[in-house]
Each structure stands twice: as structure tokens, then as C-alpha cells.
Design a binder for this molecule. Structure first.
Ligand code: ATP
Ligand code: MG
Length: 242
């Protein structure tokens, strides 16, 4: 369980998060959506323990967060791949840098490549991959650590519509197959409604609205008119004056 209690984050004179409170159940998903500059990435960095709030606190599974936490993985918007390492080594890197044994590294990298459907690209370097393949490697680097809290910043925003849906399907299947709490930041209303059990709408450093989403986790939800009605509701809230 993630409990954000009245956090404030400032960059110099600018308040990026202003008294933000939010609870996210263990093994649930939460999508955070809002206009550019409203504080989404800042919220994710605070959850990752990279940014310390100036006031308020974050508690994860009962422990107050005061730095980077072992069970948390963060996927950045630019995928964070190392260009001089091939796909296999990019995914192995987080394990090797934490002194995992060779056999364990090999087993985990193999199964991660398999579950992401990129085994055949293991020897390629990031410069030789498509956007969707790079994003899979970025996801691989995070899930190979078997986190209990996975944070994703704009996981599919750089991708075309079809690839975006494939990545969203992949994220949903990773969530369903693992005991994991997922918090994702997105610009896309459809992505928020497809992947967010809870949808948090932010505006200028504050939470404007929170919605429990009945359409979460249904594989063919995008084929259903009701799904788009929820999208319309989220759109209205986003556009509403605070
Ligand atoms: N390192 C920083 N130094 C100073 N100001 C910052 C810094 N990082 C972010 N900000 C400011 O804080 C506010 C929130 O930024 P943040 O990156 O959290 O927004 P965002 O919602 O993720 O936006 P986007 O959708 O464009 O990624 C913005 O006004 C931004 O200019
Ligand atoms: Mg951002």
C-alpha cells in the first residue's frame, strides 16, 4: 500500500506539488494524468525516493520513505537504455550492478526477454531497435528486478498508435502475471482508462479528481462503447476549470 500524505515539493520559488494526498492499494494500478507541467513526473520521482518532499510524507507498506527503496523500479520517459550495451546486457545491468550471481542473472534475463517477446533481438544495440522494441527493453530493465512497486513515466507516449496499444497490452499482462503495484503517468486519456484501476487527474500541482475505473483490466475494453464514455468523462474533468 502506497500512502502519500500531504506532500509539497518546491523547485526554488516554484511549488510543483502542493499538498498532494493519495492512497494506492497494494497490487492495484493507478494512472496519473494532467496537462504538461502539472507535476506528474515530480510525483513519480517523489514516489521513487529521488526527490524529497519539503513537507508531508510517503509511506510504502507501512515504512516511511526516505530515499531509494529496493523494491521500487522506475521506467523513465526516454527508456534509460545504455547505447553501448546490447539488449541482453542492458537488461542484465541492473542485476549485475546489484551483485546477482551469474546463473540468476542468466535465468532472469532469459525469462524477461521471453515474456517481452524480444528474444531474437538480444544481441542488438539500442540504436538498432524500433521505438516499441526500445520501450520493451526499458520495461525489461525494470521488471527483471522483480519489483513490488513499478513506476512508469509516459511509457508509450513516443510510440505510434498501434505500437502504443501493444505496449499497453504488455503492461496489463505484466501486471496480471506479477504481484505488483503499478503507478503510471500518462498524457493519454485512453491509456489512463485502459490501465488505471484508479485514475488521478492533476492540475497545477494539485489533485483535481480521483476516479475508480470500472473498465480497468478488461482485455477487449477498447472495442466497447462504454469504455469511450469513461474516456469522455475523464476528458471533461481534465478540461474543467478548477
Ligand atoms: N529540476 C527542476 N528545476 C526547476 N523546476 C522544475 C524542475 N523539474 C520540474 N520543474 C517544474 O515543476 C513543474 C512540474 O514539472 P513536472 O516535470 O513534474 O511536470 P509534468 O506534469 O511531468 O509535465 P510533462 O507532462 O510535460 O512531463 C513544472 O512547472 C516544471 O517547470
Ligand atoms: Mg513529465
Amino acid at each position: 500500500m502506497v500512502d502519500i500524505d500531504g506532500i509539497r515539493v518546491c523547485y526554488g520559488d516554484e511549488t510543483a506539488l502542493d499538498n498532494v494526498s493519495l492512497s494506492i492499494d497494494k497490487n492495484s494500478t493507478c494512472a496519473v494524468i494532467g496537462a504538461s507541467g502539472c507535476g506528474k513526473t515530480t510525483l513519480l520521482y517523489a514516489l521513487a525516493g529521488i526527490i524529497r518532499p519539503t513537507s508531508g510524507k510517503i509511506t510504502i507498506d507501512g515504512d516511511e520513505l526516505n530515499g531509494i527503496r529496493k523494491g521500487t523500479s522506475l521506467i523513465l520517459q526516454d527508456y534509460g537504455l545504455l547505447p553501448w550495451k546490447n539488449v541482453w546486457d542492458n537488461i542484465a545491468f541492473p542485476l549485475k550492478s546489484r551483485d546477482f550471481k551469474k546463473d540468476e542473472v542468466n535465468a532472469r534475463v532469459s525469462s524477461t526477454l521471453k515474456s517481452l517477446g524480444i528474444e531474437e533481438h538480444a544481441k542488438k544495440f539500442p540504436g538498432e531497435l524500433s521505438g516499441g522494441q526500445k520501450q520493451r527493453v526499458g520495461i525489461g530493465r525494470a521488471i527483471v528486478l522483480e519489483p513490488d512497486l513499478l513506476l512508469m513515466d509516459e511509457a508509450s507516449s513516443a510510440l505510434d498508435a498501434i505500437t502504443k496499444e501493444h505496449i499497453q497490452d504488455l503492461i496489463l499482462s505484466i501486471y496480471k502475471e506479477n504481484q505488483i503495484t503499478l503507478v503510471m503517468v500518462t498524457h493519454s486519456i485512453e491509456e489512463a482508462v485502459f490501465l488505471g484501476q484508479k485514475i488521478v487527474i492533476m492540475d497545477k500541482g494539485r489533485i483535481k479528481n480521483i476516479m475508480d475505473n470500472p473498465w480497468f483490466g478488461i482485455d477487449d475494453s477498447r472495442d466497447n462503447m462504454e469504455f469511450y464514455k469513461i474516456c469522455l468523462q475523464v476528458r471533461r474533468w481534465l478540461n474543467e476549470e478548477a
